[in-house]
Design a protein around this ligand. Structure first.
Ligand SMILES: N[C@@H](CCC(=O)N[C@@H](CS)C(=O)NCC(=O)O)C(=O)O
Length: 218
């Protein structure tokens, strides 16, 4: 049976988010691991903007935004109600948090991570700017163990790859010093089976190799 094809890059937080969404929906796809330096022509033909993840559906429709891939997969199969259909207020809170992650936190995270490329301010300044979002997450986690409820939902999986990146920027800083609840949340999610599965290492895709499937080893 033909399956959708996911062009992905293991460490990219957007691609991690997409893989998590597909795994949570138990949606099998062909995985094509790429390098950002040499993007396959097949991927660029499907999506000329050249970012990962890109999901090419069997009918050749293309989904080239990570959050859309998560929502597409979970709309088909969402036994744990990760999309919060049963609780529209939580769904609204999630959407707002994800938007803040993508629009406000991510640019500061990039500056913090690559501060040498942004000499206008110091790395500590960027840390503080990025921290404003973490303070907000800390507040959410003081109310419930996950961002909007007692179990992980879409927002947790959509945001955790970016917090993982934030926590890894400076080895001298422990996330738990400034954000203890976020540190516990991060550890719980990163040690979960689904996250470990999403981070599985695959060889770089080559059209002449046998296809690799996301759910191959389920
Ligand atoms: N808004 C996009 C952003 C995806 C994105 O920026 N991905 C980065 C990798 S983390 C990328 O592919 N950059 C292209 C490049 O570095 O050449 C999404 O949500 O999927």
């Amino acid at each position: 049976m033909a399956l959708a094809v996911l062009y992905t890059f293991r460490r990219c937080p957007y691609a991690i988010r997409a893989r998590l969404g597909l795994l949570l929906a138990q949606c099998n796809v062909e995985i094509r691991e790429i390098t950002l330096k040499t993007k396959p022509l097949e991927m660029l033909a499907a999506s000329s903007k050249g970012t990962v993840p890109v999901l090419v559906l069997v009918n050749r429709d293309v989904i080239a935004q990570s959050l859309d891939i998560m929502r597409w997969a979970l709309t088909q199969h969402d036994p744990l109600d990760l999309l919060c259909h049963k609780n529209p207020a939580d769904a609204d809170k999630m959407a707002a948090l994800i938007e803040q992650n993508d629009v406000q936190f991510k640019p500061w995270l990039d500056r913090y991570k690559y501060s040498d490329r942004y000499p206008e301010q110091t790395q500590t300044d960027y840390y503080q700017q990025a921290s404003r979002f973490l303070i907000q997450l800390e507040q959410c986690l003081s109310e419930t163990p996950f961002l909007v409820s007692h179990t992980p939902r879409l927002a947790d999986y959509a945001i955790v790859p970016f917090v993982r990146q934030f926590a890894a920027v400076e080895t001298k800083r422990a996330l738990s010093d400034d954000f203890p609840a976020v540190a516990v949340w991060l550890e719980r999610l990163m040690s979960s089976e689904i996250f470990i599965r999403a981070m599985h290492k695959h060889v770089i895709w080559n059209a002449s190799h046998a296809p690799i499937y996301l759910l191959e080893d389920l």
